[in-house]
Design a protein. Structure first.
Length: 288
């Protein structure tokens, strides 16, 4: 758990953030024009800056997909893992060295489809990881297939007549599985998203921040959502906070994106602490 007593939330220039936390030799990035991954990457860098985390004590883990490139761009201890297994690798890293701040960057397909089992069990264990799900509602890198978060009746290359599946709410899924910190942000409201990431990292236990990203290349084009500016404006005009949503009817919430903190609890033990305590208790018993 990060000590929050010294936290400063003063923004620094984006260019300074880039030179401080990004590997410039890997730029320009390969994300499509209009993709919001770069915005969310900046939000993460700002959150790390606010927390004054030591670079050598931060580990960035990613799986496979558009978002996985973030591990290569960020200048920390980073590991680019296999599809859906980022949380499994991150769990091993955290257990090996609980002092590390381990941050997982995943896409909606990577986290909730092939990686869905790892998601619910990381939540159940309440292991001290922070998971950022950059949720663009589609498999973008591999050709535009529908994902577990593609809204019902929306189109993708694998649902040319509309998606019949109900879509997952990743933040609520994580909360139901036992995550002690669950939140939702988006690409447009950067101050809110930065604060949610910052607080998620500082939280002792498993933190999930479901961040609504935009993909104009596949999701936007397939569903006639307009260009990147129009998709960002949609987020601006159709977002409500958790506090406001609590006073709205089901009809009023139709089509709205609810952002903010859904739940934070300190009622559950953090897994690595419980694991180390068990080892120490066994050692004392053996030596006693």
């Amino acid at each position: 758990m990060v000590d929050m007593s010294h936290v400063s939330e003063k923004k620094i220039n984006t260019s300074d953030l880039i030179y401080k936390y990004i590997r410039p030799e890997h730029l320009p990035h390969i994300w499509c024009p209009g993709c919001s991954n770069g915005i969310i990457l900046r939000d993460l860098a700002q959150a790390i800056e606010n927390l004054h985390l030591e670079r050598d004590k931060v580990v960035i883990v990613s799986g496979i997909g558009c978002t996985s490139r973030a591990a290569g761009y960020l200048d920390f201890n980073t590991i680019h893992t296999t599809h859906g297994r980022a949380l499994a690798f991150a769990t091993g890293i955290k257990l090996a060295n609980p002092e590390l701040e381990v941050i997982v960057i995943s896409g909606d397909g990577d986290a909730s489809a092939i990686g869905g089992n790892h998601l619910i069990h990381a939540a159940r264990r309440n292991i001290g990881l922070t998971l950022l799900v950059l949720n663009n509602s589609i498999y973008a890198m591999t050709g535009g297939q529908f994902s577990p978060t593609t809204p019902s009746h929306d189109y993708a290359t694998t649902s040319p007549f509309g998606n019949l599946d109900r879509d997952f709410d990743i933040a609520q899924l994580a909360l139901a599985a036992g995550a002690s910190y669950a939140a939702r942000g988006n690409a447009f409201h950067t101050n809110v998203t930065t604060k949610l990431i910052q607080d998620g990292i500082a939280h002792k236990g498993f933190s999930v921040i479901d961040i609504m990203s935009i993909c104009p290349t596949y999701y936007g084009r397939k569903n006639k959502k307009g260009d990147a500016v129009e998709m960002m404006m949609y987020q601006k005009e159709n977002t409500v906070t958790v506090a406001k949503a609590n006073n709205m009817s089901k009809e009023e919430l139709e089509g709205k994106l609810v952002i903010g903190l859904l739940n934070q609890s300190n009622d559950y033990p953090e897994y690595t602490e419980a694991y180390l305590k068990m080892i120490n208790d066994l050692k004392e018993k053996e030596n006693g």
